[in-house]
Design a binder for this molecule. Structure first.
Ligand code: NAP
Length: 441
């Protein structure tokens, strides 16, 4: 008997879970259900458009999609077109792999002002995500502030200061390239509430900032400690030592031959967004780091800027039938199990941490539970799901359909660029329907 399995979300964690089930030889049908007509989740909509080498991992996911047990249902939104409870009544097992699509948010005084953005929307905008392509961010001042000392803050900072030429090998949509390149941005500030040794940047990504064509990193050498404070694991200690060495090298670079600057400010906790109805500046409180925690000192300073982007982590949004941990922002689970027959993998399980391959063990763990515990054949899965979609008039997108989109995007790319993305769902569906009628005629 075959186990019917639905995986909600066709990003890395969804594909790794599907592959883990296939690799274990579980006799199953796996339906990968995705809101967008396009697969790959954060690889397409989150990974920076100038990090094409990272996006190559999709070739592995393509192989998974080609496995005979696996079907892709794009353009189906769980929570709108079908509920989690409905899926659980249709399938023997449901695996949630939806990542953390929402900004954690900062709740600063003045956070409502025009010019304040969260990383989820800003990154979605420059990656051509259909939900954010109309963001049209305010980029009219030469100074931009980014809050957070993680890799997402680095991605955003780097993409705001790259030259047009540096962008010609990316898949950033033209509207975003034009908006950034036509903006007056010359100084980007990245604020960490703790010190340089506590920053969460990975070293490869940090060093990239020292190799930009027309932007110099600015670090005050007095901000840099002689050594990494005690209390980190050996591995973390080494990573942080490398980061400190990189910051030291940055502090010795001559910025005078570059026209843009990326400033690292540490021990600075954001407090208030200044200005009238649009952003004019950011007020920060100086901190000291005690036992790894940032403590306010009561000393404040202001930085003038016209745009503020908070890159302070992600969380899940509410979804009926899914228990959330309000503090951590993830799905309440025990080793990947939410309830009997209901599982979670990836960021939705662990929180928004780690690199792409960190999602793999989650899939292995859940595949093992399913192989050992799920009784096959209780629920029909695919036929009932397709009937449900048809009765709702939902035009789902198959993996074959996605291949048409993929080929068309690659064919439409300007020379040197990997692809020209479709940035609206309507455009994609219209294109597919035209292709299908062409095939039929
Ligand atoms: P992150 O690495 O967790 O960094 C979040 C940053 O926000 C931290 O510096 C954190 O400071 C700060 N923060 C949180 N709350 C704050 C507050 N209230 N006020 C001020 N600062 C606050 O998260 P991320 O940058 O969103 O990245 C998510 C994951 O994706 C990470 O694992 C990252 O490595 C990964 N990623 C990897 C790449 C890559 O490999 N190229 C690219 C992008 C993302 P504290 O440390 O003090 O909490």
């Amino acid at each position: 008997m075959t186990i019917s399995i639905a995986i909600v979300g066709a990003g890395p964690s969804g594909f790794y879970a599907a592959q883990a089930l296939v690799d274990r030889g579980v006799d199953c049908h796996i339906d990968l259900i995705e809101t967008l007509p396009t697969p790959y989740g954060l690889i397409r909509g989150g990974v920076a458009p100038d990090h094409q080498h990272t996006k190559r991992v999709t070739r592995t996911y393509e192989e998974t999609a080609g496995e005979p047990q696996v079907n892709f249902y794009g353009n189906v939104e769980v929570g709108r077109d079908v509920s989690i409870l409905e899926l659980r009544s249709m399938y023997d097992a449901v695996i949630l792999a939806i990542g953390m699509p929402m900004d954690r948010g900062l709740n600063l005084i003045g956070g409502y002002k025009r010019g304040v953005y969260g990383a989820a929307e800003f990154v979605g905008w420059y990656n051509g995500h259909p939900a954010y392509r109309d963001l049209d961010p305010l980029l009219e001042d030469k100074r931009v502030a980014i809050i957070g000392n993680g890799n997402v803050a680095l991605d955003i900072g780097r993409l705001l200061v790259k030259t047009r030429e540096e962008m010609t090998v990316t898949d950033m949509p033209d509207y975003a390239i034009d908006k950034i390149q036509n903006s007056p941005i010359s100084d980007v500030y990245i604020f960490g509430r703790r010190g340089p040794a506590e920053a969460k940047f990975t070293n490869v990504e940090l060093r990239e900032i020292g190799r930009l064509a027309d932007c110099a990193p600015i670090v005050d050498p007095d901000e840099l400690p002689d050594e990494v404070p005690a209390g980190f694991s050996e591995r973390d200690q080494r990573l942080r030592e490398r980061n400190l060495a990189t910051f030291r090298a940055f502090s010795e670079m001559d910025p005078s031959n570059k026209s843009k600057r990326l400033h690292f400010h540490f021990r600075s906790m954001p407090l208030e967004i200044l200005g009238g109805d649009r952003v004019e500046g950011l007020r920060l409180q100086r901190t000291v780091v005690e036992d790894g925690e940032a403590m306010g000192t009561g000393r404040y300073y202001d930085v003038l800027c016209g745009t503020i982007i908070a890159a302070v982590g992600y969380r899940m949004g509410p979804l009926e039938g899914v228990p959330l941990d309000g503090r951590r922002g993830n799905v309440v689970n025990d080793g990947g199990r939410v309830e009997d027959g209901f599982f979670v993998v990836g960021w939705a399980k662990r929180g928004a941490t780690g690199v792409i391959s960190s999602n793999k063990p989650d899939g292995d763990q859940v595949a093992e539970i399913i192989a050992n515990e799920i009784t096959p054949g209780n629920r029909p899965g695919r036929p009932t799901f397709e009937e449900h979609l048809t009765s709702r008039g939902i035009r789902w997108v198959s993996f074959e359909d996605w291949r048409y989109i993929d080929e068309a995007e690659i064919a439409a790319a300007a020379e040197g660029m990997p692809r020209k993305k479709f940035v609206s769902v309507d455009e994609m569906i219209t294109f597919l329907d035209k292709e299908e009628s062409r095939d039929k005629s």
